[in-house]
Each structure stands twice: as structure tokens, then as C-alpha cells.
Design a protein around this ligand. Structure first.
Ligand code: NDP
Length: 461
């Protein structure tokens, strides 16, 4: 009986995924993200006929709308440049579209659809009324002058402004889009629309932004991880923590690890990684923040300042990432998608890792996730563990709607409550569908049910 059930499940899954691949050819990241959620929610689909008869999952994988547009701007030499901009409006059943903008040369429709799809479930988990979306451009801010970044952002917003609004779609930052880019885009939107609204989140604190928003994704990740540790009667205090990335998420994850008594021992950027056995303390972290945020330099400079650390340049010929081969108790991938593969997961296990929590979106490959879960490593998927960023964006929206400005303590308190609720809801959903302590299936199931019920209640659209 059990074998037959498994077989039926496999056939259903295969035919669904085949259709998805045919309808969305070449969009490998999108296929990967959908497959992960689909596998987790199959028991829910089997149990609840209404989700099947209303074709809820089939509708969820189809974006409500995708816009793609030309962005022309002029570089410092007076030469016109052309990039492609996008906004993927994935699902607005539980609230206006919400999700970041990514500026990176790798950006394409597949990457934005995967991110927008993940965002649906993540936003549902926050318990705030936020739909899912994502956008960006293949523009590379790296090596560009401030003037070039400004002109690009202004021209990007010239078109994007037609498709967003503070009750329609509220973008935020992501890779390559920080406070500077949000500022330039917000200024242009205000000029075009002649109104001061909360249309973007991640704004500066002096012009409508929320305190703790820059910190929120990294802080939230570590709060979530602390709750995971507490669930097994442990804590992050005294733990060696491997961190990848050195941008917004990684910086504030390291800050909170230090605050909770843990020891960050690595960081990376696209050119390489540093390993600092003595630990990255507050002073060293301030150096990294200045290097990456102000001077926009490379991590290689860290070892000139702190020679006891090791720097290894990125070696693309390797089929594993040496950063994950160091011994550690916890690992926090905070750079980009698919940065931790099966070999890396095996290395983490050899190095005695007990917890892997995703700061980035989909940083672990499906094979890596299987290895981690099969070996009893606690694993938190990004849609749960990095949801603190969008949750605090939601809090920024509430402050903008009501014209208020909360203290850091107030926002941080709410962030902790939200992360605890997400943590507990994941465990509750996992338990309900007999996948005890499985944060991945719990996150996918809890997020899915909330959006699915809203879609059914609102009719076939
Ligand atoms: P940042 O642009 O601030 O930092 C990204 C970091 O990752 C940088 O250190 C960058 O290196 C490195 N990186 C980016 N792409 C690659 C690559 N292809 N290979 C190696 N390293 C790379 O972005 P964020 O910190 O905001 O975002 C990091 C991750 O977290 C992303 O997956 C994002 O989607 C996710 N996330 C972000 C949220 C937020 O609030 N910002 C919310 C939820 C998730 P370099 O400096 O060389 O570019």
C-alpha cells in the first residue's frame, strides 16, 4: 500500500514538473524552486480535494503579470547604454505584491520568477498581508560611478513607476540594491508621481524608512537560528559560525552572532573568501562594513589589515566551495542562490556542523538539502529564516500608512515576535503533516495553505 502511494505521488509529481518545464523552457532556477515546494505540499494536495479541484498550485506557478522593459541611460563618457528591467508580479491573493529588486549581471526572467515564487510563501509566513513579487535588472552597479548608478536608477524607475504603487506593488532592495539605489529610485518616483508615499521600502530613516530595516534580514536569520537551537536545548553562544557573503544580510547576521556570544569565522564576496580562525569581532566587522559599503572594495584587503586571517580567491575550476570545508558548528549561506552544493554539504558534515540556516534565497542545492537532512543537520530554508527583511519592510509600510515612526527597540521587538511565530508555525505545520521537526516542509506547507485558502475564497482568477 505504502509503495503504491509513493508511486502515485512520484507519477503525479513527474507529470506536473514536466508540464511546468515545457511551459517555462530553460528556466532552471524557477523549476528548482517550484519542485521544492511541490514536493513538500503533495501530502496537503492529497488530503484536501479543494486545492486540487481549484487548480491552486497550477495557478500559483503562473505569475499574475510580468513586465520587462528597456532601460536606457548614459555613462560617464556620454555613451548610451541599454539594460533590461523586469518586475514579476507573482501573487497578490493576500496583499499587494512585495519583494526586492536585484541589480546583477546574472538577472534574467528565470531568476526573478524563482525569487518571486519563493516570496509568495515567505511573505505568507510573516503573518502580514503581503503578496509576492520580485524585480530587477541585468545592470551591474559594480565599478560604476555614483552618477552612473543614479542615472540608471532614474531611468529604471521611469518605466517601473507605471506598474507599482503603495497599495499595488512595493519593491525593496536585494543584491546590488541598497540604500543608495533605493534613494535614487525613490526620488524619481516622487518626482514622477508628485507624491510622498511608501512605494519602496528600505528607505533612509530620515525620509520614511524604518529603523532596523537594514539589519532585519541578518538579525532575523540569527533570531530564527537561536530558536532552532533552543528547540533542542542549546544556543548559539560559543558556536563557530561559517558565513558566506559580506553584503547586507551577511554583515548583520555576523553582528547578531557576535551579540549572542557566537563566533563568525568567515565571509566572502564574488572574488573570494576570508577565514579568520580567531573570529570576526565587532572591530573587524566594522572594517568589513566600511570596506564593502563605503569603499566598495574586495575582501582581499581584509588580510592586509588582519594578517592572521586567510584569503582564498574564488576558484571556479573546483566543484566545491572551500569556505564550507572548515570545521564549524553552524553555517549561514548569505550570498546567492546555489552557492552550497552536495560536496559542500558533505564537507560541512565532516566538519561537525549541526545547523544550516539560509540567509540568501535558495543558496543550498536540492542535493545539498537532502544530504543535510539525511544526516540529521538542522536545516532552515530561506523563505522562513530570511523572512525578517520583508517582515520589517511590512512594518515600514505600516509606519508609512499611519504616519508614525517607531523606535529601534519597538521594531526589533516586533521582528523577534515575527521570527518566533514563523519558527513555531513551521514546526506546527510539519508536525501536522507527519514531517516532525522538518522546517522545510513546515515552511512550504504553512505558506501554501494561507495563500491557497485566500485564492479559493476569492474565486477563480
Ligand atoms: P548584497 O548585494 O548586499 O550582498 C551580496 C553579497 O553576496 C556580496 O558579498 C556579493 O559579493 C556576494 N555575491 C553576490 N552574488 C554572488 C555570486 N554570484 N557569487 C559569489 N558571491 C556573490 O545583497 P544582500 O546581502 O541583500 O543579499 C544576499 C542574499 O540574501 C540574496 O540571495 C538575497 O536575495 C537574499 N535576501 C536579501 C534580503 C535583504 O533584505 N537584503 C532579504 C531576504 C533575502 P560582491 O560584494 O563581490 O558583489
Amino acid at each position: 500500500m505504502e509503495m503504491n502511494d509513493t508511486l502515485v505521488q512520484r507519477v503525479t509529481e513527474d507529470s506536473f514538473m514536466n508540464q511546468l518545464k515545457q511551459a517555462n523552457p530553460g528556466e532552471t532556477e524557477f523549476h528548482q524552486a517550484v519542485h521544492e515546494v511541490y514536493e513538500s505540499v503533495l501530502p496537503v494536495l492529497e488530503k484536501h480535494e479543494e486545492y486540487r479541484s481549484y487548480q491552486v498550485f497550477e495557478r500559483m506557478v503562473e505569475p499574475e503579470r510580468i513586465v520587462s522593459f528597456r532601460v536606457t541611460w548614459v555613462d560617464d563618457n556620454g555613451v548610451p547604454q541599454v539594460n533590461r528591467g523586469y518586475r514579476v508580479q507573482m501573487n497578490s491573493a493576500i496583499g499587494p505584491f512585495k519583494g526586492g529588486l536585484r541589480f546583477h549581471p546574472s538577472v534574467n526572467q528565470s531568476i526573478l520568477k524563482f525569487l518571486g515564487f519563493e516570496q509568495i510563501f515567505k511573505n505568507a509566513l510573516t503573518s502580514l498581508p503581503l503578496g509576492g513579487g520580485k524585480g530587477g535588472s541585468n545592470f551591474d552597479p559594480k565599478g560604476k560611478s555614483d552618477g552612473e548608478v543614479m542615472r540608471f536608477c532614474q531611468n529604471f524607475m521611469l518605466e517601473l513607476s507605471k506598474h507599482i504603487g503603495h497599495r499595488i506593488d512595493i519593491p525593496a532592495g536585494d543584491i546590488g540594491v541598497g540604500g543608495r539605489e533605493i534613494g535614487y529610485m525613490y526620488g524619481m518616483y516622487r518626482k514622477i508621481e508628485n507624491q510622498f508615499s511608501g512605494v519602496l521600502t528600505g528607505k533612509g530613516v530620515k525620509w520614511g524608512g524604518s529603523l532596523i530595516r537594514p539589519e532585519a534580514t541578518g538579525y532575523g536569520l540569527i533570531y530564527f537560528s537561536q530558536y532552532m537551537m533552543e528547540n533542542i536545548g542549546d544556543s548559539l553562544a560559543g558556536k563557530n559560525c561559517l558565513v558566506s557573503g559580506s553584503g547586507n544580510v551577511a554583515q548583520f547576521a555576523m553582528e547578531k552572532i557576535i551579540e549572542l556570544g557566537g563566533k563568525p569565522i568567515s565571509a566572502s564576496d564574488s572574488s573570494g573568501y576570508i577565514y579568520d580562525e580567531e573570529g570576526i569581532d565587532t572591530e573587524k566587522l566594522e572594517y568589513i562594513k566600511d570596506l564593502k559599503n563605503e569603499r566598495r572594495g574586495r575582501l582581499a584587503e581584509y588580510v592586509e589589515k588582519y594578517p592572521s586571517a586567510i584569503y582564498s580567491p574564488t576558484d571556479r575550476s573546483l566543484d566545491y566551495n572551500p569556505l564550507w570545508a572548515h570545521n564549524a558548528d553552524c553555517a549561514f549561506p548569505c550570498a546567492t542562490q546555489n552557492e552550497l552544493n552536495e560536496a559542500d554539504a558533505n564537507n560541512l558534515i565532516k566538519g561537525n556542523a549541526k545547523l544550516v540556516a539560509e540567509g540568501a534565497n535558495m543558496p543550498c542545492t536540492p542535493e545539498a538539502i537532502n544530504v543535510l537532512r539525511d544526516n540529521g543537520v538542522m536545516y532552515a530554508p530561506g523563505k522562513a529564516s530570511n523572512a525578517g527583511g520583508v517582515a520589517t519592510s511590512g512594518l515600514e509600510m505600516v509606519q508609512n500608512y499611519s504616519g508614525s515612526h517607531w523606535t529601534s527597540e519597538e521594531v526589533d521587538r516586533r521582528l523577534q515576535v515575527i521570527m518566533k511565530n514563523i519558527h513555531d508555525n513551521c514546526l506546527y505545520a510539519a508536525e501536522k503533516y507527519s514531517t516532525q521537526n522538518d522546517y522545510m516542509s513546515g515552511a512550504n506547507i504553512a505558506g501554501f495553505i494561507k495563500v491557497a485558502d485566500a485564492m479559493i475564497a476569492q474565486g477563480l482568477l
